[in-house]
Ligand binder design. Structure first.
Ligand code: UDX
Ligand code: UDX
Length: 434
């Protein structure tokens, strides 16, 4: 099939490259010439394990192309995916749909023959109707159908999530579009791709409901961790104990510094806004958003407490800045709130992250960026583990302690066992464990 992917950001790039890898002919379009130029040279603008090799292989096989020429790509395509950004609108948290609508107008002008237009960006319920209206108004002669096909891939595991999805949700009431979408996803699974067809509005809502539900699980276990600390229980045992119940499931019950990233915070907020607008407030999701914001701010207080109540003039080391491991994404990362609060309290902050320092530099101007975890620990009165990178799991704790000004270890991801850390002479605190 011939596919045009409008928007070569995280979702567009990964989806486009994976479709090409499955044998489709894919044109990835972006209006950013610098980005397209870099991609054509094989330079990948994001860090995602395995993506560079996949881009290279599919460019070589000529199934994948990168272009700024939207009209040419759309005219050729049987399926056009809209994967442009939908950031939170400044002020009210509602999803900013201006990029989607602008892309829909551009696509409308270029459509040739029956074309399925698919929103892959996360868009509020009802957006498909508006995209349909825009295209019909701009091109009354065009033959097209608008579908919703939300993306559930996780950063850091995006390629395997794309290739082995739990389900593929497609929202459409159009029989021809259904056939085309079945063909698009057919190569994904030899026997039967896990395609789930629903109406368009339900598909749009499934994405927000899934992210908000997962965010709720994380927020729930984080509050449970706080309770565990007060009553002397171990949150890891509680999480395992409830997770063994198949109705609850073991995933997304790992306590930490609060959820971040490009999706959970933004999508939960946008869903709250949609629900308020429709007079069906989602009180639970509202509470999740508020609890997570509070939590991110509270993490710095733990570090201050570990330093005896004040960090003024003290050096604090942070290990990990990305919102989670295996990504260089800094969007809504808990590290941002932690750095701001520590600096406001008068601390000097040193930090190390294996991948995210380039992204972090412009948003953390007064932080000293280090070469490795040991460099980061040097002279620090406290070392906080903020992201659970693999390379932080087996540090030489004896060496770390010898480099630090005081042996305070604050493990916000429960990477180490309390007994091990204490054996090495650390004053150790973690999340929700005695
Ligand atoms: C519940 C817990 O599930 C159980 O683990 C605990 O020990 C006691 O309370 P039960 O009262 O049997 O058990 O509830 P359940 O069958 O899970 O359903 C509770 C209500 O929620 C029902 O009215 C059910 O219709 C509703 N429900 C359940 C939903 O609306 N959606 C669901 O997905 C599940
Ligand atoms: C998420 C969804 O999982 C994915 O389906 C959707 O398409 C995009 O949003 P992503 O943002 O890449 O993916 O990260 P995810 O792995 O879901 O983690 C989100 C946040 O929750 C991270 O900050 C992570 O550290 C945190 N988290 C997750 C926890 O604190 N504990 C957990 O148990 C799981």
């Amino acid at each position: 099939m011939k596919i045009a992917m409008i928007g070569s950001g995280y979702v567009g790039l990964v989806s486009g490259v994976c479709f090409a890898d499955f044998g489709h002919q894919v044109a990835c379009v972006d209006k950013d010439e610098g980005r397209i130029g870099a991609l054509l040279r094989g330079e990948i603008p994001i860090f995602e394990p395995g993506l560079d090799a996949l881009v290279e292989a599919n460019l070589r096989s000529r199934r994948l192309s990168f272009t700024t020429d939207l009209a040419a790509a759309v005219a050729e395509a049987e399926v056009v995916f809209l994967a442009v950004g939908t950031p939170s609108r400044r002020g009210d948290g509602f999803a900013d749909l201006s990029y989607i609508y602008a892309a829909a107008r551009d696509v409308a002008r270029a459509i040739k023959g029956f074309t399925v237009v698919v929103t892959k960006s996360t868009v509020p319920v009802g957006t498909g109707d508006e995209v349909e209206r825009i295209i019909a108004e701009a091109r009354p002669d065009a033959e097209f159908a608008v579908c919703s096909n939300p993306e559930f891939l996780r950063e850091g595991a995006a390629i395997s999530d794309f290739k082995l999805p739990d389900r593929i949700v497609v929202g459409t009431g159009d029989a021809r579009a259904r056939e085309v979408m079945s063909e698009v996803y057919r190569p994904l699974n030899l026997n039967q791709p896990p395609l789930y067809f629903v109406d368009r509005r339900s598909a749009e809502l499934i994405k927000y409901a899934a992210n908000s539900f997962l965010a709720t699980k994380v927020a729930f276990i984080n509050e449970m961790a706080d309770l565990c600390e007060k009553v002397g229980a171990d949150v890891q045992d509680v999480a395992r104990g409830i997770g063994m119940d198949k109705r609850i499931g073991p995933k997304f019950l790992h306590p930490g510094p609060g959820f971040g990233g490009s999706c959970f915070p933004k999508d939960a907020l946008a869903l709250v806004k949609t629900a308020q607008d429709h007079d069906a407030p989602l009180h639970i999701v509202e509470a999740v958003v508020a609890a997570n914001d509070r939590r991110k701010r509270a993490m710095a207080k733990r570090i201050v407490a570990a330093c005896g109540g004040s960090v003024r003039g003290k050096t604090i080391g942070l290990l990990g800045l990305a919102f989670k491991l295996n990504t260089d994404d800094m969007r809504d990362a808990p590290s941002i709130s932690i750095v701001t609060a520590l600096q406001d309290a008068g601390a000097k902050v040193r930090a190390y992250d294996p991948k995210a320092m380039t992204q972090a530099r412009p948003i953390m101007p007064d932080v000293t960026f280090c070469d490795d975890p040991y460099d980061c620990a040097t002279g620090a009165e406290a070392l906080a583990m903020v992201t659970e990178w693999d390379e932080f799991r087996a540090l030489d704790l004896t060496r770390i302690k010898s480099l630090m000004a005081a042996p305070n270890l604050i493990d916000l991801r429960n990477i180490y066992r309390p007994a091990d850390a204490r054996k090495h002479g650390f004053s150790y605190s973690s999340i929700g464990r005695p």
